[in-house]
Design a protein around this ligand. Structure first.
Ligand code: FE2
Length: 295
């Protein structure tokens, strides 16, 4: 019986094997918890917690409780990851309309939410991170510094977000927006790609300083270099799909299998309508989704 991460209510996913080390990180005796290279960074970014204890424990500790939740208006996926032992948890891409649902679930599961993390400044919905800060005291909002948005904590490429014995590695993956990041679980078994890479698609690049060429290189260099069996969890899906893998997208994604030149041509000719909520969502998300943002 495996004791790895799974998606309750969706499907069981066995913990996959140890993958390649995250660039800039070293791996601790093959158990899959990378530590930031001391030459690069010796201390966690102020506000981000250091890993508990002196290192990874037995494999039985590698049991976060990832859960994929859906917000139907913007077709957004929110992910809850927690450490069974310490009960520390984080949410990726919470949505304002479903923040109360997510807070309730966190409480029901006996978890302690440390962070409400955003993959980027969304244009199609207002982030739930502002509301979660008030619903769950102790929770901090997090987004990349390059997003330009206000938050309690700002991330740079290579930063680790620790929760219990686990960590999410921050990989800058700009192109959809300049501040987009992908979060990779420390054993490289799953990646939360935001809008950089969707299932058989990708985020648009025609607003918010998007750049198709930059997105192409981000996906190929930061996501497609992960192990083929690494699970891909996007920020959205409009067709009811829930998960993919690096190998699937590397070989089947109709856009990202093109040459860079062809990809740019396709992205420049999508002619999509403006997202309905963009004029409300972007200004609100620049304030972390709250009227009284953190300083
Ligand atoms: Fe987006």
């Amino acid at each position: 019986m495996f004791c790895g991460p799974w998606l309750w209510g969706v499907r069981k996913v066995p913990l996959l094997g140890v993958g390649l080390p995250i660039p800039g990180c070293r791996r601790e005796r093959g158990l899959g918890v990378p530590l930031l290279d001391p030459a690069k960074r010796t201390e966690p970014r102020p506000g981000l917690r250091a890993a508990q204890g002196s290192g990874p424990g037995p494999r039985s500790h590698l049991c976060p409780v990832p859960r994929q939740m859906f917000e139907p208006k913007s077709c957004t996926y929110t992910y809850l990851l927690g450490d069974r032992e310490s009960r520390e948890a984080l949410l990726i891409d919470p949505v304002l309309e479903t923040a109360a649902r997510d807070a309730r679930l966190v409480k029901e599961l006996g978890l302690r939410l440390l962070y409400a993390v955003n993959t980027h400044c969304h244009a199609d919905h207002i982030t739930g991170s502002g509301l979660l800060r008030s619903l769950l005291p102790g929770c901090q909002s997090v987004i990349s510094r390059l997003s330009g948005a206000q938050a309690d904590l700002h991330l740079e490429d290579g930063d680790s977000i620790r929760f219990g014995r686990f960590a999410l590695e921050t990989r800058a993956s700009p192109g959809h927006t300049p501040g987009c990041v992908t979060f990779v679980l420390n054993d490289h078994s799953m990646a939360f790609t935001g809008d950089a890479l969707l299932i058989r698609g990708c985020g648009r690049t025609d607003f918010q300083q998007g750049c198709a060429k930059t997105l192409y290189h981000s996906v190929h260099e930061k996501i497609f270099t992960l192990p083929g069996d690494c699970l891909i969890y996007p920020a959205h899906d409009y067709h009811g799909l829930t998960v993919s893998t690096v190998e699937e997208e590397r070989t089947l994604n109709p856009r990202l299998t093109l040459s860079c030149e062809e990809f740019v041509k396709v992205m420049d000719n999508l002619n999509l309508p403006k997202p309905l909520q963009i004029d409300i969502a972007v200004p609100a998300n620049m304030r972390c989704g709250v009227q009284t943002p953190p300083s």
